[in-house]
Ligand binder design. Structure first.
Ligand SMILES: [Zn+2]
Length: 540
């Protein structure tokens, strides 16, 4: 019997969480490794229906019903295989491909592929412990790898000569080429990896689908990977995932580091839930794979500029996956070091401190906005605000999105407009401002922070509390500014008139009569009044 093409069903399984899908029908609670609920396939009052997210299977200890994400949808909704795929594709937000059956030829090709890559790995592993691999072994031991680690991760050495193309000379060229290990040149087949320290790349089932080779002579690029093949898609593969999978579930989080060696060292020294993207580019697919287990991720980057940029990129990628229960954090390894070096020089506890002190995503985004924009200027704040809004709009859960926007509004108000909280004691006594005017000013300040900023000194002198929230004003920004200017002029006129009155009172009581001062006040008054009239004229 012909098998079905697994790639699409694998993608569905990768993108969707079995627990999420089943939870739509049956409430589940986590107990130990598994989730439990009342079986939807037989009548029961105490839960005997268990769901294992890691393995992707459910099992009922009451009626014996069991299966995977696809059979669950088929059975619980009484629909056929293709209909179930379609429904799951909708849930995952991906398009259903033209459905193809896998041919016997394809199945054989895949089996051949895995056989070749696995045998190649064995050859590389053996060569690491020969004379030709001496420098590679020395290098990896210097990086703190012991024999046990080398064996577990099947690290090897690809020699300078064409070992694969010559050892596999009984296998057809196109089969070798399909694995990416061999290429065909002018003079026949040659090995793609030569004089490289070899790290096998495993798929989620623990089969070797590709390799990553590290240069040993200092030449760039440091790493080359198998180019994409039928069974290896770089954008959808995370290094170390097959080893980290159980731990990601058990520890209820994943850690993403930048390099493969870092990932292995982390896995072996107290952080088994660590993975790394292949090469530097993190993709949406990588996040989707990790978020299937849980949505708790610690990104661990270098503290340099490149690390900051990578973190911002990761941030935008992870935003659509955020839920209110997600815990996403950013940790930075400073001092030009890798997690690998931290572990080697300062030990697990130092690394734990870095991970424990990771900044939550909400704070990281806020901090980076404050770092990257001139938030002490109205223009910079506008840019920052637009950027923040752009980011939060990526959060698909609308209620959560609103909640985050509210949080940022609070921070904008409290941190960007600090002046509004300052105590100010006016040095002159002016009549109280009526409540209508007070409210209008408050709403202008909250609606148009740029106006608030521009007339901050004056607004402060009014001794109004701007702390509580009021409704936004319906005035346009122009009219709002005109109102503030005219109000300012009126206040100034009142102040000048008061000054003049006091001077004249003083004169009546026999005090010195300062003619020059009165003259000055008069000219200021008329200048002020004409400005006010001009302003009111424009309003008409
Ligand atoms: Zn049952």
């Amino acid at each position: 019997m012909a098998k079905y093409d697994n790639s699409f069903t694998d993608e569905l399984r990768q993108r969707l969480s079995l627990v999420d899908v089943i939870s739509r029908r049956v409430p589940l609670t986590k107990k130990g490794q598994n989730y439990w609920g009342c079986c939807p396939f037989h009548n029961e009052k105490t839960p005997s229906f268990s769901v294992n997210e890691d393995k992707g299977f459910y099992h009922c200890f009451g009626c014996g019903e069991h299966g995977d994400i696809i059979s669950f949808v088929m059975k619980s909704e009484n629909i056929d295989f293709l209909e179930a795929l379609k429904e799951l594709a909708d849930m995952a937000g991906i398009k259903m491909p033209e459905y193809k059956q896998k041919t016997q030829q394809q199945i054989e090709a895949e089996e051949n592929y895995i056989k070749i890559t696995d045998n190649a790995a064995k050859i590389y592993q053996d060569l690491l412990y020969t004379d030709s691999g001496k420098h590679a072994l020395e290098y990896i031991k210097n990086r703190g790898f012991n024999d046990e680690m080398i064996k577990k991760y099947r690290i090897g050495y690809a020699p300078k000569n064409n070992i694969i193309s010559s050892k596999f000379n009984n296998i057809k060229h196109d089969k070798l080429v399909a694995t990416g290990l061999v290429r065909i040149g002018e003079y026949g087949p040659y090995d793609f990896f030569r004089d490289k320290l070899m790290f096998p790349i495993f798929n989620a089932h623990g089969q070797i689908v590709a390799f990553s080779g590290r240069s040993l002579d200092g030449s760039e690029p440091k790493y080359i990977n198998t180019t994409d093949t039928e069974l290896f898609h770089k954008r959808q593969t995370i290094f170390g995932f097959n080893f980290a999978r159980d731990a990601i579930h058990r520890n209820n989080r994943s850690i993403i580091v930048e390099g493969q060696i870092d990932a292995i060292q982390m896995q072996c020294h107290g952080f088994p839930e660590t993975v790394a993207p292949l090469g530097t580019a993190l993709t949406e697919d990588h996040i989707a794979i990790l978020c299937k287990s849980n949505r708790n991720i610690v990104f661990c980057f270098d503290g340099d500029n490149a690390g900051q940029k990578a973190a911002i990129r990761a941030c935008t990628l992870v935003l659509p996956f955020l839920r209110e229960t997600s815990d996403v954090r950013f940790a930075f390894v400073t001092g030009g070091k890798d997690p690998d070096e931290i572990l080697k020089n300062s030990g697990e506890s130092a690394m734990k401190k870095i991970i424990d002190n990771a900044t939550p995503l909400i704070d990281f985004l806020w901090e980076s906005v404050n770092k990257n924009y001139l938030v002490n200027t109205p223009g910079g704040r506008t840019q920052a605000e637009k950027y923040l809004k752009d980011c939060t709009s990526k959060i698909t859960d609308k209620i959560f999105q609103n909640e985050i926007n509210e949080e940022y509004n609070k921070r904008k108000f409290n941190q960007w407009h600090k002046w509004k909280k300052q105590e100010y004691k006016p040095d002159i006594e002016l009549p109280d401002i009526d409540i209508m005017t007070v409210n209008l000013i408050k709403s202008i300040v909250q609606t148009y922070p740029e106006i608030a900023e521009k007339y901050a000194d004056f607004l402060m002198s009014l001794n109004i509390s701007f702390d509580e929230d009021v409704k936004k004003t319906e005035l346009s920004i122009k009219d709002a500014e005109k109102f503030i200017i005219s109000f300012k002029l009126q206040r100034y006129i009142t102040k000048l008139e008061n000054d003049k009155k006091q001077l004249l009172f003083g004169a009546l009581n026999g005090k010195e009569y300062d003619k020059e001062l009165i003259k000055d006040i008069d000219s200021k008054l008329s200048e002020c009044s004409s400005k006010l009239e001009l302003l009111l004229d424009i309003n008409k």
